[in-house]
Design a protein around this ligand. Structure first.
Ligand SMILES: Nc1nc2c(ncn2[C@@H]2O[C@H](COP(=O)(O)OP(=O)(O)OP(=O)(O)O)[C@@H](O)[C@H]2O)c(=O)[nH]1
Ligand SMILES: [Mg+2]
Length: 572
């Protein structure tokens, strides 16, 4: 009702409530909106005062305006004291003085408008003029009501003519009960009233011929009585009131002040949001620094791989020596002789023993390394805890409480390194070289053993045939067989040396290949361990993410409020 002012005021009130809520959330300063009763000024209702003779239709005029039978009407003099209608849930009447009564009604429009209904200017009520005078200076609009039946009553005209210019400024004339008169009569009456006004007051005042009775009927009808409303003359009166309301400089000033105060609080909220965003960025940078630090440690540990594997070379060489012993044992005369007639299992035995012992040794070494790495992480964690506490005010778990996590990681690391060592030895193809060298050896040795056997056979045959009396052929064969056997034995030891030397050479040559192959797995293992360690910072990351998430709606709300305030500023 009554136009844009209330729409703007409503919007501004909404914005103020939301700006205060945002200030609360962001910890911004609220004082510009809370102090100086600034927002109370926003709620100050408009004050309308109605004056006129007894039975002029003053109360009915107000009822028609607000569409409620709020003021009592009567054919007999009804309003016997000044009645100040205000908003109040209780709906009570309180006597301030014998001739001033405050009437609290739970009617919404009374939140925006206070009404002062007065006894007739010609009534017998004593002293009411003094009260009326008290309200006139603070009023926003004074309605001087004249009954259409007789608008010439002297008391009202006398009362008006005594008013100062600024009272006249906010006065309008109402020709009430216009429905009792013909249109043509009304024109004449209005012309006379304007004349009289000029003569008595010295200037013109807007006059509105209305019918309070028709207006209230129209408003109470369902659906709304459009034609009655039109007939009541109220549309033009309402338009005028809306203009008065909208153009009130004092009210505009209050709106402006509230808007400025809301702007200040919003700026403070912006500062707080910016501050928190900066803080979050700083925290994020802090977290990144921590992660980079951990990455640096990881790289340092991975770079140390070659020195770590120097000992791995020894392990490898040691296991090689053990394999040599096995070979030496298995490649003696009897072992070799056996290998010439049944399948040789030596390469398989040697490689299996090498694989098993290298795997075991690497697992042992990795277990120790994992302990060292976890120890490094523990030491680093001790430096992380106080820094996180100071920067983010978060208490993180002690490393000891997270030991379970690392026991698993360590197990995985060791197992992975063992398997990698096994695979690395297999990939060296040691068995193939050994197979080849042993096969060559066997084929060389076979000649001598076959020769020995053939000569022994010949010696046997010659002996049994007793060729004449000459034992020499048999003896020669026997001697040949013995020599072959001797050569076989000598060759067995000579080739054994060669085979073992070849094996050792292969081992020596493959050492760096073995260490390289293991190095990449080791680096992966270290990386996995550090990934596990970096996960411990998850709480910090979650904390920062949650704070960001919380900040986002505040930022969006700030943007909305900023735009709304800008629009209100333009409306003002
Ligand atoms: N026909 C007609 N009668 C009206 C109109 N307005 C008021 N009346 C009647 O006029 C009488 C007086 O109306 P009120 O509104 O009580 O007048 P008032 O000026 O408040 O009277 P007091 O309070 O006694 O000073 C009542 O009987 C109303 O029914 C109107 O627009 N048309
Ligand atoms: Mg009255």
């Amino acid at each position: 009702m009554f136009g844009d002012y209330f729409t703007t005021r409503k919007r501004l009130t909404d914005v103020v409530v939301r700006v205060l809520a945002l200030a609360e959330k962001t910890g911004a300063v609220k004082t510009p909106l809370e102090e100086n009763d600034i927002t109370k000024g926003l709620k100050n209702p408009f004050l309308f005062v109605v004056c006129g003779e007894v039975n002029a239709g003053k109360s009915s005029l107000l009822n028609g305006l607000f569409g409620e039978n709020i003021c009592k009407t009567n054919v007999l003099p009804e309003t016997d004291r000044v009645q100040w209608y205000r908003y109040g849930d209780a709906g009570s009447d309180e006597e301030v003085t014998p001739i001033l009564e405050e009437r609290f009604r739970p009617v919404d429009f009374l939140m925006d408008f206070n009404l002062v209904d007065t006894p007739g200017t010609n009534s017998v009520v004593q002293g009411h003029q003094a009260i009326t005078d008290r309200f006139l200076p603070v009023s926003d609009l004074i309605f001087w009501v004249f009954p259409a039946s007789n608008p010439w009553g002297a008391s009202t005209w006398d009362f008006i003519s005594k008013q100062k210019a600024d009272m006249i400024e906010k006065s309008i004339f109402i020709l009430q009960q216009a429905d009792l008169r013909e249109e043509a009569d009304l024109d004449v009456i209005l012309a006379h009233m304007r004349d009289l006004c000029r003569k008595r007051i010295g200037r013109t005042i807007p006059i509105y011929p209305v019918s309070g009775k028709l207006a209230i009927q129209a408003k109470l009808e369902t659906p709304f009585g459009e034609s009655l409303w039109h007939e009541s003359g109220y549309p033009s009166l309402e338009k005028y009131i809306a203009e008065v309301v909208a153009s009130s400089p004092a009210r505009r000033e209050v709106l402006g002040e509230v808007r400025d105060a809301a702007g200040k609080v919003l700026r403070s909220a912006e500062d707080m949001i910016e501050h928190r965003t900066r803080l979050l960025d700083e925290n994020e940078a802090f977290l990144n620094d921590l992660e980079n630090e951990i990455d640096g440690n990881r790289e340092k540990q991975s770079a140390d791989v070659s020195s770590k594997f120097a000992s791995m070379k020894d392990v490898y060489a040691d296991q090689g020596n053990r394999s040599q012993k096995l070979m030496r044992r298995k490649t003696g005369v009897w072992g070799t002789l056996k290998s010439l007639f049944v399948a040789d299992e030596l390469p398989q035995l040697v490689v299996r023993s090498l694989v098993d012992s290298v795997q075991e040794a690497v697992e042992q070494q990795s277990d120790q390394d994992a302990d060292t790495l976890i120890g490094e992480c523990r030491d680093h964690w001790q430096t992380v805890l106080p820094r996180v506490k100071e920067k983010l005010e978060i208490t993180l778990d002690d490393f000891e409480e997270l030991d379970g996590v690392f026991t698993e990681t360590k197990k995985r690391f060791t197992r992975k390194m063992g398997l990698a060592a096994k695979q690395a030895v297999i990939n060296l193809k040691i068995r193939r070289g050994l197979d080849m060298r042993l096969a060559q050896r066997r084929s060389k040795l076979k000649i001598w053993i076959y020769m020995c056997l053939v000569l022994l056979l010949c010696a046997g045959v010659a002996g049994s045939l007793r060729l004449g009396m000459y034992p020499y052929p048999a003896l020669a064969c026997l001697a040949g067989g013995a020599i072959s056997m001797l050569v076989f034995i000598v060759q067995t030891y000579r080739t054994r040396k060669q085979v073992i030397a070849g094996f050792v050479d292969q081992l020596i040559n493959s050492q760096s290949q073995f260490v390289d192959a293991l190095g990449s797995d080791y680096r992966h293992g270290v990386r996995d361990l550090y990934i596990e360690y970096t996960r411990l910072l998850e709480t910090v990351r979650r904390h920062i993410a949650a704070a960001k998430l919380e900040l986002q709606p505040n930022l969006e709300q700030w943007n909305r409020l900023f735009l709304e305030l800008k629009e209100i500023e333009q409306e003002l």
